[in-house]
Design a protein around this ligand. Structure first.
Ligand SMILES: Nc1ncnc2c1ncn2[C@@H]1O[C@H](COP(=O)(O)OP(=O)(O)OP(=O)(O)O)[C@@H](O)[C@H]1O
Ligand SMILES: [Mg+2]
Length: 278
């Protein structure tokens, strides 16, 4: 697979004499990959996301999107291929209705009217919000708002979508709906996803997880490997996976448990097998 994003030796601070919020960070994201970024509060996750979108400029290092170096000259082009959804659903609406909101970005990029109507309808259908197109965005539920935000980004067909804690303010049902919409988008076209999250379920969906700590990459690996650090995940800003919690509890009771990472299904299987042999 080709790398769609290449980050090389990225360093950033907010104040010239301040501390390095990102310190010599290098990694790549493959085209079509889902990369989750986790890490404690203040570890630099949002800063990194803003840099990829050209909202902040590095002190040192480079960001390449599709082999093109992000600079003042390329930032507008790159922003067309990298869409962002932020945490607070209320801060990202510009339209008076759901439909207007999704149309806004298309209008700005000069898409002809007929095509615009088609793309708005398609985007709203994909996030299952077509029945709400005449509604006022402020009157929707949190999950509905974030689905509209995703539709607005999708309508512009970015190659990459960055979700900066886009599910953090939602209840479990809203979270699941947003994640499912993202999964669905990946089924219909080769979308690359970078999701910054404290939510274990969201991180589990990723192909790889990047663990950021005080502006340094602590680990970048598949979820199974990262979840193997068990209790350490809590310090990394994540809740422990349910299966891991059950195993830690059993181990504390003196029961010998598998040391590998187990999914919930594997846990059930292991529990039923151990029960038979007890
Ligand atoms: N505009 C700013 N000016 C100065 N310092 C900032 C600014 N924004 C963030 N910081 C600092 O930079 C560091 C990294 O912040 P960042 O928002 O990237 O963290 P984060 O990993 O996204 O945290 P969280 O999980 O809380 O969202 C923190 O120490 C933060 O206080
Ligand atoms: Mg953040």
């Amino acid at each position: 697979m080709d790398d769609i994003i290449q980050i090389n030796n990225l360093t950033f601070r907010y104040e010239p004499e301040g501390r390095k919020v990102l310190n010599d960070v290098s990694f790549e994201v493959k085209s079509g990959e889902w990369l989750a970024i986790i890490g404690p509060n203040g570890s630099g996750k949002s800063t990194l996301a803003k840099m990829i979108n050209g909202l902040l400029v590095p002190e040192a290092g480079t960001i390449k999107v599709n082999d093109r170096i992000l600079s003042e000259e390329t930032v507008w082009q790159i922003r067309q291929s990298v869409g962002m959804v932020f945490q607070n659903p209320d801060n990202q609406f510009v339209g008076a209705t759901v439909e207007d909101d999704v149309a806004f970005g298309l209008e700005n990029s000069g898409v002809p009217r007929q095509e615009m109507i088609e793309r708005v309808n398609e985007a709203l259908e994909i996030v299952n919000m077509q029945d709400f197109k005449d509604r006022e965005p402020s009157k929707l539920s949190g999950g509905q708002k974030q689905r509209v935000a995703v539709a607005s980004v999708y309508a512009l067909r970015p190659e990459v979508i960055i979700l900066d804690e886009a599910t953090a303010m939602l209840d479990p049902k809203g979270r699941r709906e947003v994640i499912e919409v993202i999964d669905h988008l990946r089924d219909i076209y080769n979308l690359t996803v970078i999701s910054i999250t404290h939510d274990i379920e969201e991180a589990t969906r990723a192909d790889r997880i990047l663990v950021l700590q005080e502006g340094n990459i602590k680990q970048i690996a598949e979820p199974e490997t990262v979840f193997g650090i068990g209790e350490g995940l809590i310090r990394m800003g994540l809740d422990l996976p349910f299966a891991q919690k059950v195993l830690s509890y059993l181990q504390a009771e003196g029961i010998t448990v598998p040391q590998d990472y187990l999914t919930e299904e594997e846990l059930i299987q292991w529990l039923s097998q151990s029960y038979l042999t007890m």
